[in-house]
Design a protein around this ligand. Structure first.
Ligand code: DC
Length: 219
């Protein structure tokens, strides 16, 4: 039992970390829908199924088994692919698969099935607009560009990736633009979405704010 919390937001607003920690705090499942698109992409690349609508991709979608474990690990047909799906070649390829209506249809259906019993924090661009339009809590996380640049830069530096603020800024701008241009299958802007500005908030404060909102909505 529990409510459905739909979290969406701009690149670098802290969606993933916030969704994961919020789920932990509430004892909910974290439905990382990006990980599902990534796992599909990994399976397709391995089996050399191109990102075009057709029988090969349809068969793959029908056979695919993606498990999101409570500990955050992602399994593809039983194999732990948590690291493999974060590799740059997957990040580069995933958009081409995620753009296909037949892929979105299959993913949305599976996500709705996973969220049907409630008790989930669902994270991804189309959560409030397409997948869970009747979620008890729908949130869009936003933050100033410069704050997002600093966060992403720190995150990459911590991982040992050498980059510059300029490069990170250009990358975030490009991804913002892609998000604007991409069709996530929504017929219009979602209703009842609360915009939460996370500029100046720590992750802990961000999670506390959402947890308070979730409690107001019955979590
Ligand atoms: O959040 P992420 O980087 O793990 O997402 C991976 C890709 O999947 C990214 O290109 C956006 C896409 N995606 C999507 O189209 N719909 C979702 N609900 C989640 C992710």
């Amino acid at each position: 039992m529990g409510i459905v919390i739909a979290i969406d937001g701009v690149v670098g607003a802290g969606k993933s970390t916030t969704a994961r920690l919020l789920a932990q705090r509430l004892g909910y499942r974290h439905l990382d829908t990006g990980a599902m698109y990534r796992a599909l992409t990994l399976a397709a690349l391995r089996q050399q199924v191109a990102p075009v609508a057709g029988a090969a991709l349809e068969t793959l979608l029908g056979q695919l088994r993606i498990d999101l474990e409570p500990n955050g690990r992602v399994r593809l047909d039983g194999e732990d692919v948590s690291e493999a799906i974060r590799q740059p070649q997957i990040s580069r390829a995933v958009g081409a698969y995620a753009d296909l209506p037949l892929v979105r249809l299959a993913m949305v259906e599976e996500q709705q099935r996973l969220g049907a019993a409630g008790g989930v924090v669902a994270e991804g661009r189309d959560m409030a607009s397409v997948v869970f339009p009747r979620a008890e809590l729908k949130v869009r996380l936003v933050a100033d560009l410069e704050e997002r640049v600093r966060r992403r830069f720190r995150e990459l530096s911590a991982k040992g990736v050498h980059t510059s603020l300029e490069q990170v800024r250009a990358d975030i701008r490009r991804r913002d633009q892609q998000d604007l241009e991409r069709d996530y299958g929504a017929s219009g802007p979602p209703a009842g979405v609360l915009e939460v500005d996370t500029t100046g908030l720590s992750i802990e404060e961000q999670v506390a704010r959402l947890a308070a909102l979730a409690r107001q909505r019955g979590a």
